[in-house]
Design a protein around this ligand. Sequence first.
Ligand SMILES: [Zn+2]
Ligand SMILES: [Zn+2]
Length: 355
Amino acid sequence: MKAAIYYGIQDIRVEEIDTPVCGKGEIKVKVHYCAICGTDVRIYLSGHKKVIPPAVIGHEITGVVEEIGSDVKYPEKIQKGDKVVLVTSIGCGVCKMCRKGFYNLCPDTKAIGYFYPGGYAEYVIVPAPAVKQQAVIKLPEGVSLKEGALIEALSCAINGQNYLNIGEGDIVVIYGGGPIGFMHAVLALAEGAEKVIMVDPVYERLEKFGRHFGDILLLDPKKINVKDEVMKQTGGYGADVVITACPAKQAQIEGLGLLGSKGRISLFGGLPKDDSFINIDANLIHYKELSVFGSFASNRRDFIKAAKLISERKIDASKFISCVVPLEKINEGIEMVRQGEVLKCVVEINSDGRP
Ligand SMILES: [Zn+2]
Ligand SMILES: [Zn+2]
């Protein structure tokens, strides 16, 4: 089969490799689409401890079930020919977090597209532990395989917002105008947020993509004092929710200072691993009764919610997919994502026959 092989930093080559064989307890999926994640770009640029080259990466996968291995017991019937999306995080299955279904927080989490071979290939094997954890989810009626490639990224934003309790009347500030930032914006509006404000110093990009999403206030922090503007927009009260969808300390520190009483902040984007300490005024948290949340990856329930939102057209997938490239052009796709030229770039391995 054809696969994009990651040989190391800035070295991905599309080659012919042996098609994987579906073993006991496994499910083989013919990959149709695999969207490029910011993490894929980071793996490409600086490697990842769980990705040992040569490897096939890619975890935002949709495809069609090709074969079901012997001994597969699946509670929700999965058949050859089903259109599916794959859950990324696979846990050990026995630890405290896994027993609660939080496979993303398992200390021994092994993910598809990191530890296990991923979706930048014609076929992917869903390993037995993933099958046991029901990592294969049927796409709902009306969600195309291409649209389905957004489910993983959206599921991560959903996991982040699970903690934030966004509702009617909330004013939400989002740092970062990448695909995840816009997903947070659309989700917050779908939850009833009164106003969404987005901040990104790469303002040209924020504006270019922001145009498609309608009612979001876009701020250029190079030109506008973000705190003054947020205070103006909130009648001096401060924001109800801040989400930092970017790997920037400045956003975390500044974001905390934007919150009004009972405000919630999600440090959604991680910081570089060798530079992850920040200085904050802890008394802001104390006196204003603020809540600080983290979020990492997602689980099956978040995938199901993401798929439902796309099927109900509460999330318009076409607004996010600004680029589709064939597998042969994966390097170009990664480069476009890195440059911020596109919102979400989807690698097409087999077309789903739709325009
Ligand atoms: Zn991803
Ligand atoms: Zn575990």
